[in-house]
Ligand binder design. Structure first.
Ligand code: GAR
Length: 217
């Protein structure tokens, strides 16, 4: 099976990018990252990629007159590298419909909540304010609905009484580094399929929450 070509889009630290790079290095993921793109020049993830010998591109969204023009530049960059899979790893941009449609079925995002709960920003704060007992993260396919596409993997963490926004965020972040490489591993091994009933992992139809990882470290 040929290696899947992966483009990763970031805006910040890139710890999820790092987790995926590590899983590739260890041989778990049948893929190679062909390009890391950031809309922020200062994103630490660009340094992580450069250290690993992965080509990077900075595309400044502020240099474009419209969202569509920026997205089109990003699309061209991804297509020039013939990526099979596009991974949004802390890419803090709303995507235009044309961009999403172009990569339909082959673009993943990670979101720091148990979707469909807490789409958008400040997810940890909102989970605490609601008095939730559990929180977590979700890896999902990207559709035109913000944080709304089919769910592939969720990792659940407990919320404890001592938690504040930062402690909860840290606990969720650690689980992101497990959930995202797992989702990418499955896709690169051609184990994930769509049918009219939903997403299948091998022969198993996943429920609407996707595959659920429990509390373990
Ligand atoms: C992650 O927590 C990810 O879930 C979140 O950005 C962070 C990026 O961290 N993404 C979103 O909020 C997207 N809606 P990283 O740069 O260390 O991977």
């Amino acid at each position: 099976m040929s290696l899947k070509r992966i483009a990763v889009l970031i805006s910040g630290s890139g710890s999820n990018l790092q987790a995926i790079m590590d899983a590739i290095d260890s041989g778990r993921i049948n893929g190679q990252i062909v390009q890391v793109i950031s809309n922020k020049a200062c994103a630490y993830g660009l340094e992580r990629a450069t250290k690993a010998g992965i080509p990077t591109t900075h595309i400044d969204h502020k240099a474009f007159a419209s969202r569509e023009m920026f997205d089109d530049e990003v699309r061209q960059c991804i297509d020039a590298h013939q990526a099979d899979l596009v991974i949004l790893a802390g890419f803090m941009r709303i995507l235009s419909p044309a961009f999403v449609q172009h990569f339909s079925g082959r673009m993943l995002n990670i979101h720091p909540s148990l979707l469909p709960k807490y789409k958008g920003l400040h997810t940890h704060k909102r989970a605490l304010a609601a008095g939730d007992k559990e929180h977590g993260c979700t890896v999902h396919f990207v559709t035109e609905e913000l944080d709304g596409g089919p769910l592939l993997v969720q990792a659940v963490v407990p919320i404890v009484t001592e938690d504040n926004e930062e402690s909860l965020q840290n606990r969720v972040h650690k689980r992101e580094h497990v959930a995202y490489p797992l989702a990418v591993e499955w896709i690169c091994a051609n184990r994930v399929h769509f049918s009219e009933n939903g997403i299948h992992l091998d022969d198993e139809l996943l429920d609407n929450s996707g595959f659920r990882l429990g509390y373990e470290a």
